[in-house]
Design a protein around this ligand. Sequence first.
Ligand SMILES: O=C(O)c1ccccc1NCC(=O)[C@H](O)[C@H](O)COP(=O)(O)O
Length: 268
Amino acid sequence: MSDKGSTYLDKILAAKRAELAAPRATRSGALTDRELLELGARLPRPRDFIGALREGPRPGIIAEFKRASPSAGVLREGADARQIAMLYAANGAACMSVLCDKHFQGSLDDLRSVRQSVALPLLCKDFILEKTQIVEAKRVGADCVLLIVAALPVPQLRNLIEFSHSLEMQVLCETRDEAEIDRAMAAGGKLIGVNSRDLQTFELDPDRAAKLRKYVPSSFTYVAESGVRTIDDALRLRDSGADALLIGSYFMTAEQPGETLRELVMAL
Ligand SMILES: O=C(O)c1ccccc1NCC(=O)[C@H](O)[C@H](O)COP(=O)(O)O
């Protein structure tokens, strides 16, 4: 695609491919599929991310650690991953998401720090294109990985979902329309997210996750991602039947992230 026609998501994905192609980009980068599976299987057993969302009060909150975003810039100057994780754990988060990509000023080190601080199930929120990334995520303590359906051809999506499941990791399949939801479910996804943010334009459509809820049967777990800025936003998503809400900026920009989370949980 020409530079003029390429979108921000294309740019992030191109940067990720370059990172992965760099010599010894990851410790598991040179391994065969079989070796990756063996390595991944030896790592500690992941926690039950979906179980934590379904067993607690609904919708469960996936509170995100997000230093910055391409759309909004720095969200919290000098944010300390351990401190924020402890606030989230103490104030009612069911699970936590950690943004690990450099475009968000994140890294797997943040996820490792969070793992060392709290027992919550953790999502590695990254732009995952290869099995090595899933093994590296598990190595630093992730229980679940994000796969963006728009970024992966169906065979690759299916392959990465199967690989994650064979390591007992869960997968949040991120979608943006009915066709992608169908692809995610057909590929074996059990945890289906709808992102209200258009990753090409960064525009938020606050109704998107509510509108698409009807396409996901209740045997799947449905996550409304992005765009919650008020308690009313969260209540609307709850009323539309979302099983979980993934929220980053609202907490990361709050003066008191723990209290802001606690108030939201109480209101739900
Ligand atoms: O947040 C962005 O600007 C962004 C840009 C391009 C790709 C992904 C992006 N965000 C990732 C996410 O989906 C959000 O961090 C997550 O859903 C929380 O969103 P929010 O509560 O609106 O911070």
